[in-house]
Ligand binder design. Sequence first.
Ligand SMILES: C[S@@+](CC[C@H](N)C(=O)[O-])C[C@H]1O[C@@H](n2cnc3c(N)ncnc32)[C@H](O)[C@@H]1O
Length: 209
Amino acid sequence: MQANFWHDMWATGVVGFHQAEMNAFLTTHWQKLGFRGDETILVPLCGKSLDMLWLAKQGHTILGVELSQKALDEFLTENAITAAPITHTHYCGYQLEQMRLLCGDFFHLSAEDCQDVQGVFDRAALVALPPEMRVQYVAHLRKILPKGTSYLMITMQYDQSRVQGPPFSVPEAEVRQLFAGVESIEKVEEVHFERKSVPGTEMVFVIKT
Ligand SMILES: C[S@@+](CC[C@H](N)C(=O)[O-])C[C@H]1O[C@@H](n2cnc3c(N)ncnc32)[C@H](O)[C@@H]1O
């Protein structure tokens, strides 16, 4: 998707992907990544996700990356958070006590930005991207993240010929192909759902690199 697609969505305020509660897959499966709690977690394409607050509450430091300044501003105001602006070559954004929120294109994120990252929470990020961008997205993650990074990744599968994305259908085989060669990929939950009357499944993966 082009940046304008997302900027327009945030401008209209119609952000159906945003969840008013913490993601249940996150709270159920996070412990499977085996973290102590003080690790730095990357939340790519973070929107104004409340999941970042849950992760921070577990003790983690959060690195969130989001195209829309409006999304990050809403995250701060809706959660009554004050934050200092940051200076960065490629991003504007905010620094909080346990959170760094970068506003700009995910593809500008560098290995230096991510040197402390040990985990990734991907909800509605991979599935937000069309096929060719998904390849670039995972290749970029694998290029910039330290070896040993673990992911909790949520995807979905449905008949793409019957409903358009985003969110796009990203079947298990594609996840395994994108992450070929990593230490392990385990599907830890699969739940049936309907998207616009088309049946599908949501899937949760624990990926260790
Ligand atoms: C489907 S939403 C998911 C947001 C969040 N992960 C959640 O669970 O609510 C995808 C988000 O990615 C952002 N986005 C899209 N392309 C991006 C890019 N190249 N770099 C950074 N953010 C991007 C959009 O603005 C949007 O907020």
